[in-house]
Design a protein around this ligand. Sequence first.
Ligand code: AMP
Ligand code: GLY
Length: 422
Amino acid sequence: MKIMVVGGGGREHAIIKKLKENKSITEIFALPGNGGMAKDATPVAIGAKDIPAIVEFAKANAIDFAVVAPDDPLVLGCVDALLEAGIPAFGPKANAAIIEGSKVFSKNLMKKYSIPTAAYEVFEDAESALKYVESCEIPTVIKADGLALGKGVIIATDREMAIDAVKSIMTDKKFGASGNRIVVEEFLTGPEVSVLAFTDGKSVVPMVSSMDHKRALDGDEGLNTGGMGTVAPNPYYTDEIAEECMRTIFIPTIEAMNKEGREFRGCLYFGLMLTPKGPKVIEYNCRFGDPETQVVLPLLETDLLEAMMATASGNLDKCKIKFANKAACCVIMASKGYPEKYESGYEIKIAPEVFDSVYVAGARLEGERLVNAGGRVLGVTAVSDTLGEAIEAAYKKVEKVTFDNAYYRRDIGQRAMKALKE
Ligand code: AMP
Ligand code: GLY
């Protein structure tokens, strides 16, 4: 079988490595992929948002199954276009991907169907938004409606910040048209949990839970990033909480989308906060999380292609999805200075014995040399029987990967370890 994966980061590399375990796959193309995954897939210089070129490529190369991983192409209708061209594809259609594509849509959906989330107001003009934040409770959370490269959420810890956030999103259009509308919502507290779930609109099968580490520096200090590391499972997510989330969040969300005529087929990401008043939805994503995928898929025992095909064809109930009763830790190695200014072009050396554990995100080939070409360069994952062992093993593997100006957090998983001891 010939497979095509749309996207080019560490998440896509993790998907590709897992797919490769299926021996019926003869070739995997990554559009655009990156030089760091060239040993696992054939990178093709087609951008993830160039939908006409993606469809043309799939037809010309007789692709048997496509996986669309990033949010942008999903929201832009990449799966719709592939399906219309007769190419089976994993991922939601555009009318369902809106669950991530518009925060106003997702908040209104949750309100309409009583799915627990932070209380909120929607604003369509800067004037009324400013008036509101001048007297609302602080801290408050301000979110651009549309996609904003994961940067459209501002936690305002004082009023001045809240006012600046509204101005930069709505007046200065920091995120372009994504900021035409904003959501201002209640500030929630509690441990965060990421739960990815396969769903075909009829069944919903949560994967093993995980914990992201979004801040750049140790101790959850510094700027928000795309994610500096992950662990799975998330110790805060007990069986009891999982049961409650299934009943109050997962099933109601799938049913709500069906009732709206927006059946969701693909991977639905639930960003949850376990508040003192119970689990609440912080955000939905219409895709696998990055870097959550880099710890979740290594624990998957079921064949990934089989699970994806069952999901895409509406036969998820016939596929038994199993995860190993183990733990995983992924440490992201970034370029020093990320998420602000950083230098690139330094050669990356990966020792052969850890090659299978490395998921490359920001790198390119210069002849035979692999050099860093992005803020988040790669992720290193280890799986072990316990979380403590997985963390230790991941950091040991990190020592086998070198490039100048490499930076990584030293405390990935420590919060989870603390929770396990409590
Ligand atoms: P996002 O970019 O949507 O993943 O949001 C970034 C982070 O902002 C989340 O992971 C949370 O830590 C935080 N966040 C978002 N909404 C809220 C909220 N209502 N209360 C507290 N923190 C929030
Ligand atoms: N790790 C968060 C995300 O994928 O959006």
